[in-house]
Design a protein around this ligand. Structure first.
Ligand code: NAI
Length: 326
């Protein structure tokens, strides 16, 4: 029998995980491969997590070999090949940015250190919990022996949102959309870039006008999270789970021939983005190896948008440095 792939998930009793765990367990991540789930929560949420585990049991998923739960990252992360860091401290009304960074800093320094000590050598760590890019930076920096490129943060949801908006506008399907790119931070400064995108083989920029791109498309994608909270009374969870599973699935495998995906990875200085920032780039992945798509032409508008998001991330990095978190 095959040794199961060990998959850690944090924030396992939360909203996103109520969808994510079932997607992973049913095979959306690794297909017909035996897996073991290692689920981390804070102590007060362990009882709720036991309920989620009961439901996972009741699905009788054929490839879900074992489930371990706990509140100690050093135990839960032991030997894991993949880690989904979903649990984070949400921003509450009246909370200062430094409070938010400090609270999340405590979570992601501890989890980075624990991964460093006990995870498998091939571990891939995907951060969904916000502020995702900077949380990834904190975890990666604190995992001193794990190469930084084993860490990434999620902008796939933004990528998927952008594909749907462009498909709708052009009267095509998402299957017709290729080469979508999200640059930068998973925040309102992100830059969804249609200038390299194609719809059914045509340049997207020839099919839509500039006013739509600037006044409709970009703000709709960047503010979609808020629109969902407004409509649903709760934040996007199922679509975030879907993006999370798709991102890791591609990262552990190969992106489709002739297309690329967006993913926030440590910058190597490509496109003038300061080195080391977790910045979303267009990437291709071949057998688990990630490469930034090179040679895209960047016009003045795109440059300004990309720089603004890099500036925000540099500010976040400076703030967590000042707090001694990295
Ligand atoms: P939620 O509040 O329903 O669940 C979060 C869970 O994390 C809670 O059960 C909490 O107990 C747990 N948690 C807190 N600290 C923890 C720790 N130290 N270790 C383990 N677990 C811990 O939130 P939801 O809706 O599941 O969202 C999770 C995160 O994902 C949030 O930060 C949210 O902002 C972010 N998010 C990111 C998106 C992206 O595209 N990158 C999209 C949507 C949400």
């Amino acid at each position: 029998t095959q040794t199961p792939v060990k998959i850690a998930v944090t924030g396992a009793a939360g909203q996103i995980c109520y969808s994510l765990l079932f997607r992973i367990a049913s095979g959306s991540l690794l297909g017909d491969t035996p897996i073991e789930l290692r689920l981390l929560e804070i102590t007060p949420a362990l009882k709720a997590l036991e309920g989620v585990v009961m439901e996972l049991d009741d699905c009788a998923f054929g490839n879900l070999v074992n489930i371990e739960i706990g509140d100690d990252p050093k135990k839960v992360f032991d030997g894991v090949n993949a880690a989904f860091l979903v649990g984070a401290m949400p921003r509450k009304a009246g909370m200062e940015r430094s409070d938010l960074l400090t609270k999340n800093g405590a979570i992601f320094t501890a989890q980075g250190k624990a991964l460093n000590d006990v995870a498998a050598d091939d571990v891939r760590v995907l951060v969904t919990g916000n502020p995702a890019n900077t949380n990834a930076l904190i975890a990666a920096t604190n995992a001193v022996d794990i190469p930084n490129d084993h860490f990434a943060s999620l902008t796939r949801l933004d990528h998927n949102r952008a594909k749907t908006q462009l498909a709708r506008k052009t009267g095509k399907t998402v299957n017709d959309v290729r080469h979508m790119t999200i640059w930068g931070n998973h925040s309102s400064t992100q830059y969804p870039d249609v200038f390299h995108a194609e719809v059914a083989g045509q340049k997207a920029a020839d099919l839509v006008d500039e006013a739509w791109i600037k006044d409709d498309f970009i703000p709709t994608v960047a503010k979609r999270g808020a629109a969902i909270i407004d409509a649903r009374g709760a934040s996007s969870a199922a679509s975030a789970a879907n993006a999370t599973v798709e991102c890791m699935r591609d990262w552990m495998g190969t992106t489709p021939e002739g297309d690329w995906v967006s993913m926030a990875i440590p910058s190597d200085g490509s496109y003038g983005v300061p080195e080391g920032l977790f910045y979303s780039f267009p990437v291709t992945i071949t057998d688990g190896k990630v490469e930034i798509v090179q040679g895209l032409e960047i016009d003045d508008f795109s440059r300004t948008m990309m720089d603004a998001s890099a500036k925000e991330l540099t500010g976040e990095r400076d703030a967590v440095k000042e707090l001694g978190l990295i």
